[in-house]
Write a protein that binds this ligand. Structure first.
Ligand code: 13P
Ligand code: SF4
Length: 306
């Protein structure tokens, strides 16, 4: 079967099932092409809060993103094409370790990156994404913040605000972004002297300092679309460039490194999306107590980032 013929079948199934396909910016080209909505974690979260007229949601992203869609829509069927699509960083903060840190720092507000497991989210005062972390943490009265699981995003927030950030766990990171180095940035500056270099806040703090801007994936798209410059180097997952090339083809975009690939994001395929539409499986569900408690943290974030 060709890519085109599976995509046509998927379009047909979407109509029959009254389904919507939500996909993260790191999905491969053929999935980006059949998505009804593409976005960063915050944009996907907002979109998930607005799905009223659809019976079935196919979520092409990693598990914590699909779980957030479920937390906001317990009455809808939220299906992820490959259940193994997990974010390794989210798994770096087990519930037990978070509870121990909360015991140690009872006076700190608990802020979790949305890239966290639902069992941990239920103990957070608020969530944040890379797009709204500074705004959300800045909106809290508390000056002491227990922040996890991404140490690099935590340092980014700590530098922007006059607040004490306590990382939990110490050294939590994204294996894709944490690999990018200042040497990579310097090499690209020589190779593309006219390009602006933008990285994601999941990169190491010294890499962030070496770049011209630090933005979420949605922020990168907006920044590039509005900029007068027409050359950019991106320090993030390579399929972010796929989206920008499709929407702003007149700009030249280069990866900071070609090997920045999130393997679990790529577990979804057109065949699995088609199967997920046919079977309406595998479905994402959470225990109701976990969902209810996590919902408070999701709602806090959505209100604080307005
Ligand atoms: P964004 O919210 O910027 O898309 O980031 C999500 C993510 O997992 C980045 O690795
Ligand atoms: Fe998780 Fe990193 Fe993949 Fe984002 S790129 S989903 S943080 S592993």
């Amino acid at each position: 079967m060709t890519i085109n013929s599976i995509q046509k079948e998927i379009e047909q199934l979407k109509k029959e099932k009254n389904a919507i396909i939500l996909a993260h910016n790191y999905q491969p080209k053929e999935i980006q092409e059949i998505a009804d909505f593409l976005g960063d974690s915050l944009e996907l979260c907002i979109k998930a809060s607005e799905i009223e007229d659809k019976d079935l949601v196919i979520f092409c992203g990693v598990d914590f993103m699909a779980e957030t869609a479920y937390i906001l829509n317990p009455d809808k069927k939220i299906v992820i094409p490959d259940l193994e699509a997990e974010c390794p960083m989210a798994n770096m903060l087990p519930e037990k370790e978070l509870l121990e840190a909360i015991d140690k720092h009872p006076d700190a507000a608990v802020v979790l990156y949305v890239n966290s497991i639902a069992e941990a989210k239920q103990h957070a005062d608020t969530l944040c994404t890379s797009a709204n972390a500074v705004k959300v943490v800045g909106s809290l009265d508390n000056d002491k913040i227990l922040f996890g699981p991404d140490t690099n995003l935590g340092r980014h927030v700590g530098e922007k605000l006059n607040k004490e950030i306590i990382p939990v766990p110490a050294g939590g990171h994204c294996y894709v972004h944490n690999e990018l180095t200042v040497d990579d940035v310097e090499l690209k500056r020589k190779e593309y002297p006219n390009a602006e270099i933008i990285c994601h806040p999941e990169c190491k703090i010294e890499v962030q300092h070496a770049c011209d801007a630090v933005l979420s994936t949605g922020g990168m798209l907006k920044y590039i679309a509005e900029s007068d410059n027409d050359e950019f180097v991106l320090g993030t997952e390579v399929d972010m460039i796929t989206r920008i090339n499709a929407e702003i083809p007149e700009k030249k975009i280069y990866p900071l490194v070609d090997s920045a690939i999130c393997e679990t994001m790529k577990l979804h395929s057109l065949e699995k999306v088609k199967q997920a539409l046919e079977d309406e499986q595998p479905e994402i569900k959470l225990p109701e107590t976990v969902r209810e408690k996590s919902l408070k943290a999701v709602e806090h974030m959505l209100n604080a980032s307005k």
